[in-house]
Design a binder for this molecule. Structure first.
Ligand SMILES: [Zn+2]
Length: 423
Protein backbone atom coordinates (compact mmCIF):
# COMPACT_ATOMS: atom_id res chain seq x y z
CA UNK A 1 0.00 0.00 0.00
CA UNK A 2 1.41 3.30 -0.96
CA UNK A 3 1.11 6.72 0.63
CA UNK A 4 2.06 10.00 -0.97
CA UNK A 5 3.68 11.27 2.24
CA UNK A 6 4.05 10.55 5.93
CA UNK A 7 1.47 13.15 7.06
CA UNK A 8 -1.23 10.61 6.19
CA UNK A 9 -0.15 8.21 8.92
CA UNK A 10 0.80 10.50 11.84
CA UNK A 11 -0.47 9.61 15.30
CA UNK A 12 -3.64 11.40 16.40
CA UNK A 13 -1.78 13.40 19.07
CA UNK A 14 0.89 14.54 16.57
CA UNK A 15 -1.83 15.59 14.14
CA UNK A 16 -3.57 17.60 16.84
CA UNK A 17 -0.34 19.30 17.93
CA UNK A 18 0.38 20.20 14.32
CA UNK A 19 -3.19 21.43 13.80
CA UNK A 20 -2.99 23.75 16.80
CA UNK A 21 0.39 25.19 15.77
CA UNK A 22 -0.81 25.75 12.20
CA UNK A 23 -4.15 27.16 13.35
CA UNK A 24 -2.36 29.78 15.48
CA UNK A 25 -0.12 30.72 12.54
CA UNK A 26 -3.09 30.98 10.17
CA UNK A 27 -5.04 33.17 12.59
CA UNK A 28 -2.06 35.52 13.06
CA UNK A 29 -1.60 35.65 9.28
CA UNK A 30 -5.20 36.50 8.42
CA UNK A 31 -5.56 39.00 11.25
CA UNK A 32 -2.38 40.81 10.30
CA UNK A 33 -2.68 40.66 6.50
CA UNK A 34 -6.36 40.38 5.68
CA UNK A 35 -8.59 43.41 6.31
CA UNK A 36 -11.70 41.28 5.77
CA UNK A 37 -10.73 38.83 8.53
CA UNK A 38 -9.59 41.55 10.93
CA UNK A 39 -12.95 43.29 10.58
CA UNK A 40 -14.82 40.02 11.02
CA UNK A 41 -12.86 39.09 14.16
CA UNK A 42 -13.15 42.64 15.59
CA UNK A 43 -16.91 42.60 15.03
CA UNK A 44 -17.14 39.30 16.89
CA UNK A 45 -14.89 40.61 19.70
CA UNK A 46 -12.23 37.92 19.25
CA UNK A 47 -8.55 37.95 18.36
CA UNK A 48 -6.03 35.26 17.42
CA UNK A 49 -4.64 35.10 20.98
CA UNK A 50 -8.00 33.83 22.24
CA UNK A 51 -7.36 30.48 20.57
CA UNK A 52 -5.17 28.46 22.93
CA UNK A 53 -6.53 24.99 22.16
CA UNK A 54 -8.34 23.30 19.29
CA UNK A 55 -11.59 23.54 21.27
CA UNK A 56 -11.21 27.33 21.29
CA UNK A 57 -11.85 27.31 17.55
CA UNK A 58 -15.56 27.36 18.40
CA UNK A 59 -15.12 30.92 19.75
CA UNK A 60 -14.50 32.21 16.22
CA UNK A 61 -17.24 33.37 13.83
CA UNK A 62 -18.28 31.31 10.80
CA UNK A 63 -17.66 32.16 7.16
CA UNK A 64 -19.99 31.27 4.32
CA UNK A 65 -20.31 31.48 0.56
CA UNK A 66 -21.86 34.92 1.12
CA UNK A 67 -18.55 36.25 2.47
CA UNK A 68 -16.84 35.13 -0.73
CA UNK A 69 -19.54 36.71 -2.88
CA UNK A 70 -19.38 40.00 -0.99
CA UNK A 71 -15.59 39.89 -1.30
CA UNK A 72 -15.58 39.59 -5.10
CA UNK A 73 -13.13 39.80 -6.77
CA UNK A 74 -10.18 39.88 -4.33
CA UNK A 75 -11.33 41.67 -1.16
CA UNK A 76 -10.49 38.66 0.99
CA UNK A 77 -6.88 38.48 -0.11
CA UNK A 78 -4.28 38.06 2.66
CA UNK A 79 -1.14 38.37 0.49
CA UNK A 80 0.17 41.11 -1.84
CA UNK A 81 -1.45 40.78 -5.24
CA UNK A 82 1.87 40.19 -7.01
CA UNK A 83 2.23 36.89 -5.14
CA UNK A 84 -0.80 35.43 -6.94
CA UNK A 85 -0.17 32.79 -9.60
CA UNK A 86 -3.64 31.44 -10.49
CA UNK A 87 -7.33 31.84 -9.80
CA UNK A 88 -10.48 29.76 -10.17
CA UNK A 89 -14.09 30.52 -9.60
CA UNK A 90 -17.47 28.88 -9.42
CA UNK A 91 -20.53 30.68 -10.65
CA UNK A 92 -23.29 28.62 -9.10
CA UNK A 93 -26.82 29.19 -10.29
CA UNK A 94 -27.34 32.61 -8.73
CA UNK A 95 -25.48 35.85 -8.19
CA UNK A 96 -21.86 36.82 -7.90
CA UNK A 97 -19.20 34.16 -8.38
CA UNK A 98 -16.97 32.72 -5.67
CA UNK A 99 -13.27 33.32 -6.35
CA UNK A 100 -10.28 31.39 -5.04
CA UNK A 101 -6.80 32.82 -5.67
CA UNK A 102 -3.55 30.90 -5.22
CA UNK A 103 0.06 31.72 -4.38
CA UNK A 104 2.73 29.24 -5.48
CA UNK A 105 2.57 27.68 -2.00
CA UNK A 106 -1.22 27.34 -2.32
CA UNK A 107 -0.83 25.58 -5.67
CA UNK A 108 1.73 23.25 -4.10
CA UNK A 109 -0.65 22.52 -1.21
CA UNK A 110 -3.50 21.78 -3.65
CA UNK A 111 -1.27 19.56 -5.76
CA UNK A 112 -0.17 17.65 -2.66
CA UNK A 113 -3.77 17.04 -1.54
CA UNK A 114 -4.79 15.76 -4.98
CA UNK A 115 -1.60 13.69 -5.34
CA UNK A 116 -2.50 11.91 -2.09
CA UNK A 117 -5.91 11.13 -3.60
CA UNK A 118 -4.33 9.58 -6.69
CA UNK A 119 -2.03 7.42 -4.58
CA UNK A 120 -4.96 6.45 -2.37
CA UNK A 121 -6.76 5.23 -5.51
CA UNK A 122 -3.73 3.07 -6.33
CA UNK A 123 -2.19 5.33 -8.97
CA UNK A 124 1.58 4.91 -9.03
CA UNK A 125 4.28 6.93 -10.82
CA UNK A 126 4.05 6.82 -14.61
CA UNK A 127 0.48 5.47 -14.70
CA UNK A 128 -1.99 7.33 -16.85
CA UNK A 129 -4.93 9.52 -15.90
CA UNK A 130 -7.44 11.10 -18.26
CA UNK A 131 -8.77 14.39 -16.94
CA UNK A 132 -12.29 15.11 -18.20
CA UNK A 133 -13.44 18.32 -16.45
CA UNK A 134 -12.77 21.46 -18.49
CA UNK A 135 -9.50 23.34 -18.14
CA UNK A 136 -10.88 26.73 -17.27
CA UNK A 137 -12.32 28.78 -14.44
CA UNK A 138 -13.95 25.74 -12.81
CA UNK A 139 -11.25 24.26 -10.58
CA UNK A 140 -11.70 20.59 -11.56
CA UNK A 141 -9.47 20.30 -14.61
CA UNK A 142 -6.50 22.23 -13.26
CA UNK A 143 -6.77 20.72 -9.78
CA UNK A 144 -6.62 17.23 -11.26
CA UNK A 145 -3.66 18.40 -13.34
CA UNK A 146 -1.66 19.96 -10.48
CA UNK A 147 -2.14 16.80 -8.43
CA UNK A 148 -1.19 14.49 -11.28
CA UNK A 149 2.02 16.46 -11.82
CA UNK A 150 2.93 16.08 -8.14
CA UNK A 151 2.09 12.36 -8.25
CA UNK A 152 4.27 11.91 -11.38
CA UNK A 153 1.42 10.53 -13.47
CA UNK A 154 1.15 10.47 -17.26
CA UNK A 155 -1.55 13.07 -17.97
CA UNK A 156 -4.07 12.91 -20.81
CA UNK A 157 -5.64 16.40 -20.52
CA UNK A 158 -8.77 15.60 -22.53
CA UNK A 159 -10.95 18.32 -21.01
CA UNK A 160 -14.72 18.26 -21.33
CA UNK A 161 -16.99 16.74 -23.96
CA UNK A 162 -16.50 14.79 -27.21
CA UNK A 163 -17.21 11.40 -25.71
CA UNK A 164 -16.19 9.44 -28.83
CA UNK A 165 -12.74 11.00 -28.68
CA UNK A 166 -12.52 10.43 -24.91
CA UNK A 167 -13.15 6.70 -25.46
CA UNK A 168 -10.56 6.55 -28.25
CA UNK A 169 -7.97 8.29 -26.07
CA UNK A 170 -8.58 5.91 -23.16
CA UNK A 171 -8.03 2.92 -25.43
CA UNK A 172 -5.16 4.33 -27.52
CA UNK A 173 -3.19 5.50 -24.48
CA UNK A 174 -4.21 2.56 -22.25
CA UNK A 175 -5.55 4.94 -19.60
CA UNK A 176 -5.88 3.44 -16.12
CA UNK A 177 -7.76 6.21 -14.32
CA UNK A 178 -10.57 8.50 -15.42
CA UNK A 179 -11.26 11.67 -13.42
CA UNK A 180 -14.48 13.62 -13.82
CA UNK A 181 -18.04 14.19 -12.63
CA UNK A 182 -20.05 11.04 -12.10
CA UNK A 183 -22.71 12.05 -14.63
CA UNK A 184 -19.98 12.15 -17.26
CA UNK A 185 -19.00 8.60 -16.33
CA UNK A 186 -22.62 7.61 -16.93
CA UNK A 187 -22.52 9.37 -20.31
CA UNK A 188 -19.45 7.31 -21.28
CA UNK A 189 -21.28 4.12 -20.25
CA UNK A 190 -24.11 5.07 -22.58
CA UNK A 191 -21.88 5.70 -25.60
CA UNK A 192 -19.95 2.47 -24.96
CA UNK A 193 -23.21 0.50 -25.07
CA UNK A 194 -24.43 2.30 -28.18
CA UNK A 195 -21.18 1.68 -30.06
CA UNK A 196 -20.56 -1.75 -28.52
CA UNK A 197 -17.13 -0.69 -27.25
CA UNK A 198 -15.19 -1.48 -24.06
CA UNK A 199 -12.43 0.14 -22.01
CA UNK A 200 -10.18 -2.78 -21.01
CA UNK A 201 -7.32 -0.67 -19.60
CA UNK A 202 -9.52 1.39 -17.26
CA UNK A 203 -9.54 0.19 -13.63
CA UNK A 204 -10.13 3.35 -11.61
CA UNK A 205 -12.58 6.24 -11.61
CA UNK A 206 -12.22 9.35 -9.46
CA UNK A 207 -15.48 11.27 -9.36
CA UNK A 208 -16.16 14.65 -7.78
CA UNK A 209 -18.25 17.83 -7.78
CA UNK A 210 -21.62 16.11 -7.38
CA UNK A 211 -22.66 13.69 -4.70
CA UNK A 212 -23.79 10.26 -5.86
CA UNK A 213 -25.57 7.42 -4.13
CA UNK A 214 -24.12 3.99 -3.37
CA UNK A 215 -26.38 2.48 -6.01
CA UNK A 216 -25.08 4.97 -8.60
CA UNK A 217 -21.57 3.92 -7.57
CA UNK A 218 -22.49 0.27 -8.15
CA UNK A 219 -23.93 1.06 -11.58
CA UNK A 220 -20.83 2.90 -12.72
CA UNK A 221 -18.43 0.34 -11.24
CA UNK A 222 -20.31 -2.54 -12.85
CA UNK A 223 -20.74 -0.94 -16.26
CA UNK A 224 -17.18 0.38 -16.59
CA UNK A 225 -15.49 -2.46 -14.72
CA UNK A 226 -13.70 -0.03 -12.40
CA UNK A 227 -13.40 0.92 -8.75
CA UNK A 228 -14.97 4.33 -8.12
CA UNK A 229 -13.70 6.91 -5.60
CA UNK A 230 -15.51 9.97 -4.29
CA UNK A 231 -13.18 12.99 -4.29
CA UNK A 232 -14.21 15.97 -2.16
CA UNK A 233 -13.33 19.65 -2.16
CA UNK A 234 -14.83 22.96 -3.21
CA UNK A 235 -13.73 26.31 -4.60
CA UNK A 236 -13.65 27.92 -1.14
CA UNK A 237 -11.40 25.28 0.46
CA UNK A 238 -9.03 25.50 -2.52
CA UNK A 239 -10.65 23.13 -5.01
CA UNK A 240 -11.13 19.48 -5.84
CA UNK A 241 -9.42 17.00 -3.52
CA UNK A 242 -8.40 19.55 -0.89
CA UNK A 243 -10.73 18.03 1.70
CA UNK A 244 -10.04 14.43 0.80
CA UNK A 245 -11.37 11.24 -0.76
CA UNK A 246 -12.38 7.73 0.25
CA UNK A 247 -9.79 4.94 0.19
CA UNK A 248 -10.20 1.45 -1.23
CA UNK A 249 -12.02 0.34 1.93
CA UNK A 250 -14.72 2.95 1.19
CA UNK A 251 -15.48 3.56 4.84
CA UNK A 252 -15.64 7.34 4.74
CA UNK A 253 -13.72 10.24 3.24
CA UNK A 254 -10.20 10.77 4.58
CA UNK A 255 -9.95 14.51 5.24
CA UNK A 256 -6.35 15.77 4.99
CA UNK A 257 -6.31 16.97 8.55
CA UNK A 258 -2.79 18.33 8.56
CA UNK A 259 -4.26 20.89 6.10
CA UNK A 260 -7.86 21.29 7.36
CA UNK A 261 -9.71 21.08 10.66
CA UNK A 262 -13.14 19.45 10.35
CA UNK A 263 -16.12 20.38 12.53
CA UNK A 264 -19.72 19.18 12.26
CA UNK A 265 -22.27 21.71 13.42
CA UNK A 266 -26.00 22.02 13.83
CA UNK A 267 -26.81 24.19 10.79
CA UNK A 268 -29.51 26.06 12.71
CA UNK A 269 -27.77 26.82 16.01
CA UNK A 270 -24.12 26.65 14.93
CA UNK A 271 -23.36 24.38 17.89
CA UNK A 272 -20.57 21.82 17.37
CA UNK A 273 -22.06 18.30 17.31
CA UNK A 274 -20.48 15.18 18.82
CA UNK A 275 -18.82 12.61 16.54
CA UNK A 276 -21.37 10.43 14.77
CA UNK A 277 -24.17 13.01 14.60
CA UNK A 278 -25.15 14.34 11.19
CA UNK A 279 -24.86 18.06 10.57
CA UNK A 280 -23.19 20.64 8.37
CA UNK A 281 -19.48 20.17 7.80
CA UNK A 282 -17.27 23.20 8.50
CA UNK A 283 -13.63 23.49 7.44
CA UNK A 284 -10.74 25.63 8.65
CA UNK A 285 -7.66 25.69 6.45
CA UNK A 286 -4.28 25.41 8.14
CA UNK A 287 -1.78 25.90 5.33
CA UNK A 288 -3.33 28.25 2.80
CA UNK A 289 -1.99 31.75 2.22
CA UNK A 290 -3.93 33.84 -0.32
CA UNK A 291 -7.47 33.20 0.93
CA UNK A 292 -7.55 30.89 3.95
CA UNK A 293 -10.90 29.74 5.32
CA UNK A 294 -11.75 30.00 9.00
CA UNK A 295 -14.79 27.94 10.02
CA UNK A 296 -16.19 27.87 6.49
CA UNK A 297 -19.78 26.54 6.44
CA UNK A 298 -19.89 24.28 3.41
CA UNK A 299 -23.64 23.64 3.28
CA UNK A 300 -22.83 19.90 2.98
CA UNK A 301 -24.39 17.40 5.38
CA UNK A 302 -22.36 14.54 6.79
CA UNK A 303 -21.03 13.12 10.07
CA UNK A 304 -17.69 12.11 11.53
CA UNK A 305 -17.34 8.38 10.98
CA UNK A 306 -14.11 7.82 12.92
CA UNK A 307 -10.88 9.31 14.19
CA UNK A 308 -9.31 5.86 14.52
CA UNK A 309 -6.74 4.42 12.14
CA UNK A 310 -8.36 3.07 8.96
CA UNK A 311 -7.65 -0.39 7.54
CA UNK A 312 -5.65 1.34 4.81
CA UNK A 313 -3.20 2.63 7.45
CA UNK A 314 -4.18 6.29 7.25
CA UNK A 315 -4.90 8.03 10.52
CA UNK A 316 -6.87 11.04 9.30
CA UNK A 317 -10.35 11.84 10.50
CA UNK A 318 -12.99 10.22 8.29
CA UNK A 319 -16.34 11.77 7.39
CA UNK A 320 -19.25 10.05 5.69
CA UNK A 321 -19.82 10.59 1.99
CA UNK A 322 -21.95 13.72 1.59
CA UNK A 323 -25.62 13.01 2.27
CA UNK A 324 -26.85 16.15 0.53
CA UNK A 325 -26.68 19.91 0.83
CA UNK A 326 -28.57 21.78 3.53
CA UNK A 327 -30.37 23.73 0.82
CA UNK A 328 -31.05 20.62 -1.32
CA UNK A 329 -33.45 19.14 1.17
CA UNK A 330 -36.89 18.81 -0.38
CA UNK A 331 -40.05 18.94 1.70
CA UNK A 332 -43.16 17.60 0.07
CA UNK A 333 -46.37 16.84 1.98
CA UNK A 334 -44.46 17.06 5.23
CA UNK A 335 -41.80 14.52 4.26
CA UNK A 336 -38.15 15.62 4.12
CA UNK A 337 -35.85 13.95 1.64
CA UNK A 338 -32.71 14.51 -0.42
CA UNK A 339 -32.39 13.95 -4.19
CA UNK A 340 -29.67 11.40 -3.46
CA UNK A 341 -32.15 9.23 -1.53
CA UNK A 342 -34.43 9.21 -4.56
CA UNK A 343 -31.47 8.19 -6.73
CA UNK A 344 -30.52 5.42 -4.32
CA UNK A 345 -34.10 4.05 -4.28
CA UNK A 346 -34.62 4.30 -8.05
CA UNK A 347 -31.47 2.43 -8.95
CA UNK A 348 -32.43 -0.42 -6.64
CA UNK A 349 -35.23 -1.31 -9.08
CA UNK A 350 -33.96 -3.83 -11.66
CA UNK A 351 -34.05 -2.36 -15.17
CA UNK A 352 -34.04 1.29 -14.06
CA UNK A 353 -31.31 3.36 -15.74
CA UNK A 354 -29.26 6.16 -14.11
CA UNK A 355 -31.12 8.97 -15.89
CA UNK A 356 -33.88 10.61 -13.93
CA UNK A 357 -35.55 13.91 -13.06
CA UNK A 358 -37.28 14.98 -9.89
CA UNK A 359 -40.08 17.40 -10.73
CA UNK A 360 -41.57 19.48 -7.92
CA UNK A 361 -44.90 20.76 -9.11
CA UNK A 362 -47.37 23.06 -7.41
CA UNK A 363 -51.06 22.86 -8.17
CA UNK A 364 -53.66 24.86 -6.21
CA UNK A 365 -51.08 25.64 -3.54
CA UNK A 366 -50.13 21.98 -2.98
CA UNK A 367 -46.69 20.66 -3.86
CA UNK A 368 -46.31 17.27 -5.41
CA UNK A 369 -43.40 15.24 -6.71
CA UNK A 370 -43.19 13.47 -10.01
CA UNK A 371 -40.26 11.26 -10.98
CA UNK A 372 -39.32 10.84 -14.61
CA UNK A 373 -36.95 7.95 -15.06
CA UNK A 374 -35.55 5.94 -17.93
CA UNK A 375 -35.83 2.17 -17.77
CA UNK A 376 -35.61 -0.98 -19.82
CA UNK A 377 -38.90 -2.40 -21.17
CA UNK A 378 -40.86 -4.18 -18.44
CA UNK A 379 -40.44 -1.51 -15.75
CA UNK A 380 -43.71 0.28 -15.06
CA UNK A 381 -44.65 3.52 -13.31
CA UNK A 382 -46.44 1.46 -10.67
CA UNK A 383 -43.23 -0.44 -9.83
CA UNK A 384 -41.37 2.85 -9.41
CA UNK A 385 -44.10 4.37 -7.22
CA UNK A 386 -44.38 1.27 -5.04
CA UNK A 387 -40.63 1.06 -4.39
CA UNK A 388 -40.28 4.79 -3.64
CA UNK A 389 -43.21 4.57 -1.23
CA UNK A 390 -41.45 1.77 0.64
CA UNK A 391 -38.09 3.55 0.74
CA UNK A 392 -39.04 7.21 1.14
CA UNK A 393 -42.36 7.02 2.92
CA UNK A 394 -44.35 8.88 0.32
CA UNK A 395 -45.62 8.09 -3.13
CA UNK A 396 -44.61 10.37 -5.98
CA UNK A 397 -46.04 9.78 -9.43
CA UNK A 398 -43.56 7.77 -11.50
CA UNK A 399 -43.31 8.17 -15.26
CA UNK A 400 -41.11 5.70 -17.09
CA UNK A 401 -39.33 6.71 -20.29
CA UNK A 402 -37.47 4.70 -22.93
CA UNK A 403 -33.65 4.67 -22.74
CA UNK A 404 -32.26 7.94 -24.17
CA UNK A 405 -35.56 9.85 -23.89
CA UNK A 406 -34.63 12.32 -21.12
CA UNK A 407 -32.34 15.27 -21.95
CA UNK A 408 -28.60 14.92 -21.25
CA UNK A 409 -26.35 17.65 -19.85
CA UNK A 410 -22.64 18.31 -20.03
CA UNK A 411 -20.92 18.84 -16.68
CA UNK A 412 -22.78 18.61 -13.38
CA UNK A 413 -26.21 17.05 -13.74
CA UNK A 414 -29.32 19.00 -12.76
CA UNK A 415 -31.77 16.54 -11.23
CA UNK A 416 -34.42 18.70 -9.60
CA UNK A 417 -36.83 20.85 -11.59
CA UNK A 418 -39.57 23.17 -10.36
CA UNK A 419 -42.89 23.66 -12.13
CA UNK A 420 -45.35 26.42 -11.12
CA UNK A 421 -43.15 27.10 -8.08
CA UNK A 422 -39.57 27.77 -7.05
CA UNK A 423 -37.25 26.50 -4.35
ZN1 LIG B 1 -8.65 4.33 4.56
Amino acid sequence: MSFFNSAETMSRSSIEDLQLARLKETLEHVYKNGSYYRRKFDDAGVEPGDVKSLDDLSKLPFMSKEDFRAGYPLEMLCVPREELREMHMSSGSTGTPVVMAYTQADLDQWGECVARCYRMAGMEKGESVQITPSFGLFNGGFGAYHGARKADLFIIPAGAGNTDRQIKLINDFKVKCLLGVVSYGIRIVEVLKEKKLALPSLTTGIFGAESFSDSMREVIEGELGIEAYDIYGMTETGGIGTTGMDCKFHNGIHVWDDHYITEIIDPQTGKVLPDGETGEVVFTSLTRQAIPVIRFKTGDLTRIVSREKCECGRTTVRIDRIKGRCDDMLIVKGVNFFPKQVEQALLEIPGVLPHYQIIIEENNGVRDVRINVEAEPGVTGYMVEKHLKEKLGFSPAGDVFAPGALPRQEGKAVRVFYKNCSK
